[in-house]
Design a protein around this ligand. Structure first.
Ligand code: AMP
Length: 190
């Protein structure tokens, strides 16, 4: 069973790559951002709660996010493995993920990080905002806030997985296919 954490700042291309990789390696793709957006669209209690944080480019609190992730894992008892996209984003979430997977007698196999310069991220997100309909992509101030939150709260997870010998950095610039090839080389070496 391979459980991959696809990592990187907003706009690094995690969602795009996860979409390709899930079919290629028969993995279940869990994007916490997508699950939150689904809940917002359906006006659930979780969605209303998450929206107040997401619209400002802040993280949804750990307790809510971890509970939701646990429920997503439970929905896929027969999975061959998972690609986590946008989770974990804090050390508490990384610890929780280890525990949730241990309960299922498995673990994170690798963190694969897409490395992209900040100015490229801002450009990509503004471009995506023209068609994504995401309020958090429409405003440069919110985009920059999300990138800042990434450096303040999330980027430390590189150390968390590096210490376990599970961190792999991949250049996140180039065509979608080129980046998929780089990630595939890592996955096939695991
Ligand atoms: P994303 O689709 O991954 O860019 O996430 C969009 C927004 O959803 C983030 O800016 C956060 O507000 C929220 N979000 C997604 N995943 C998480 C997470 N693991 N922890 C906290 N907030 C999250």
């Amino acid at each position: 069973m391979k459980n991959l954490v696809l990592f990187g700042p907003p706009g690094a291309g995690k969602g795009t790559q996860a979409d390709v990789l899930k079919g290629k390696y028969n993995l279940v793709h869990i994007s916490t951002g997508d699950v939150f957006r689904y809940n917002i669209k359906n006006q659930t209690e979780l969605g209303l709660h998450a929206k107040s944080f997401m619209d400002k480019g802040q993280l949804v609190p750990d307790d809510v996010t971890i509970k939701m992730l646990g429920a997503e894992l439970d929905k896929n008892p027969k999975a061959n493995g998972f690609i986590f996209d946008g989770f974990p984003r804090t050390e508490a979430q990384a610890e929780a993920l280890s525990e949730l997977l241990a309960e299922k007698n498995t673990e994170v196999t690798a963190m694969i990080a897409l490395e992209v310069d900040d100015e490229v991220l801002v450009e990509r997100l503004l471009e995506r905002g023209k068609s994504s309909g995401r309020p958090d992509d429409a405003d440069e101030k919110i985009i920059r806030n999300r990138i800042e939150v990434y450096y303040d709260e999330t980027s430390i997870l590189k150390d968390f997985y590096e210490k376990q010998g599970k961190y792999y950095g991949v250049k996140g610039v180039g065509s979608i296919e080129e980046i998929t090839d780089r990630i595939s080389k890592v996955i096939e070496s695991l």
